[in-house]
Write a protein that binds this ligand. Sequence first.
Ligand SMILES: [Mg+2]
Length: 367
Amino acid sequence: MKIKRLETFSNEYVGFVRLTAEDGSSGWGQVSTYNADITAQVFHRQVAPWALGEDALHIDALMDRIVEKEHKFPGSYLRRAMAGLDTAIWDLRGKQQQKPVCELLGGSPGWLRCYASSMRRDIEPHAEARRLQELRDRQGYDAFKFRIASECGRDRDEWPGRTEEIVPAVRSTLGDNATLLVDANSGYSAQKAIEVGRMLEDNGVVHLEEPCPYWDLDATKQVSDALSLDVTGGEQDCDLVIWRQMIAMRAVDVIQPDICYIGGIARALRVARMAADAGLPCTPHSANLSMVTLFTMHLLRAIPNAGPYLEFSIEGADYYPWQQELFVGDPFAVTDGGVTVSDAPGWGVEINPQWLERAHYQVSETG
Ligand SMILES: [Mg+2]
């Protein structure tokens, strides 16, 4: 099943990929969000040349080949672009076999619990607590993530006292039964993270994400060793060698690869398997309602070490105007605090043709 044509449809935020095989069958995928227009350039320059004419069914071999051929470029953009190829291949395979991707991965379609994930730090603690409470009452969520510290903040808070105020505010508003998660986005030194972590434990928070600069695995390990709650991380990491190291040293208690940052499903699966072998759960990063959350839904319905919930962004048109009207219908309809993986073939979603018409179009194909 040779790859004949690779097309991208992109703007600054979102980039979809259509892969067409030599028999005319096709599949849809997505490069990672943000600077997706630049990623689409990388896709046509550094991914497509190695993929055209190759067998679409040997995904792992193809992904490794691209990494080797582009070994002078070990960074994020190449992996973000590779995710577009990988995820289009999975859709193609699903459509050929008339199965949803989760079934190709050994799982099944069905409902999946979400945690309601806030992206905002500009919000006052009690307003955030009320917002989460309204979402609980309207959509049935029982798990919630909110933001503490300041992004790469070197121990400074977004404003003085915000973290100390928001944690008890959310707990008292949502009550004892709510599962609470927080994200520090690389905000703390190990010492400060441990101090804040004790306050989090006193408030029953179960998940402290990216407490220290994410590249400082030793600092992160100090925090996870000192605290009983789960220290989690890995969303930025796209190098499988670093993943192996992070898991071997048990820097985190829960791994959080992002399927689009890491280079697609095949590479995310390798990391999930490394974690499974080490007894660690996998709760991927999926922070917006583009296809990355759909990919993550299928993965979580399939892997044996799936964490207890899907990260599900609660931000709407005011925060993420670019994620509106990407699809025909709504693949992310929430019922009882969860979403449902459909039994439709592939990813089970149709990209909005009007969105595609407005996007920047590029094509690479075999001669
Ligand atoms: Mg995060």
